[in-house]
Structure formats: C-alpha cells, structure tokens
Write a protein that binds this ligand. Structure first.
Ligand SMILES: [Zn+2]
Ligand SMILES: [Zn+2]
Length: 142
C-alpha cells in the first residue's frame, strides 16, 4: 500500500486528516459510494460535512489519486487509482470485484477502437450480473 500523505504531497495537496481518512477508508474497502464514505468518516470525525467529503473526493480525482466508477442503475463508486482493470458488479448485493486484463485482453479491446477517429482518454469496462455468494443464496432459498 502506497503512503497516502506522500501521494497527496506529490500532487500538491495538503495531507489533511479528512483526506487521509477518506483515502484510508476507500483503500480498505476497495470501492465505495460517497454515502458509505461519509458514514464511515463521521464515526471518527463527527464534525466533517457531506459537502466537505464530496469536495475532497473531487479534488482527489483531479489529482489522479482516486478514480470514479460510474455505475448503471446506482450511484458512482470511488476507488484508489490503480492499473487499468475491469469490474464485475453484482446487481443483487452491489459488490464489485476487480479483474485485471492481461496483455492479450487489452490488445483485443484496443483493437476495437478506431484510433484515427477517436481519441481515447480513458476506458472503464463493467460487467453486471450476480456474484457467487448471491447465486448460492438464491439456490438455498429456492
Ligand atoms: Zn452479490
Ligand atoms: Zn476497481
């Protein structure tokens, strides 16, 4: 795990308690919505407002430390920026799993993009379905 205060300093941002708390929480859970982040931050820092959390998250995205993961049918989640990967999103419990694409997978996706007419800035690939745990739950109750 990278040192968050070092990353903040490197990006020209002060390593405030709030920012460190946000990064630490997201780092520990992997992917989190703004409501979850806020609920967990106020446990330790009751004076922080939702607006402050939101503002800091936007700053951390601009600083390339966080990434927003927009999701179909639910609120965006946020994660610590890491190598490009795709997501398996469970539509039942909302869990998200990271899957890193190997070189062949990346090359395959890139080959679908017309480089001469489309200037790619970034890409995100999400697969929606039902995770293993939720599949097992539904067979038990059936
Ligand atoms: Zn699930
Ligand atoms: Zn992810």
């Amino acid at each position: 795990m990278k040192d968050f205060s070092e990353q903040l300093n490197h990006a020209g941002l002060k390593a405030t308690i709030q920012r460190l708390a946000i990064l630490k929480y997201i780092g520990s859970v992997g992917h989190s919505s703004i409501d979850d982040i806020y609920e967990n931050i106020i446990r330790e820092h009751p004076s922080i407002s939702l607006a402050t959390v939101y503002k800091n998250i936007q700053m951390l995205i601009e600083a390339d430390i966080l990434t927003e993961v927009p999701l179909t049918g639910s609120k965006s989640k946020y994660e610590i920026k890491k190598e490009e990967h795709m997501h398996l999103v469970c539509q039942v419990c909302g869990s998200m799993e990271d899957r890193v694409l190997d070189k062949a997978g990346q090359a395959c996706i890139v080959s679908l993009v017309p480089m001469e007419s489309f200037d790619t800035k970034f890409s995100q690939l999400n697969f929606y379905g039902i995770c293993k745990g939720c599949q097992e739950d539904s067979t038990q109750s059936a």
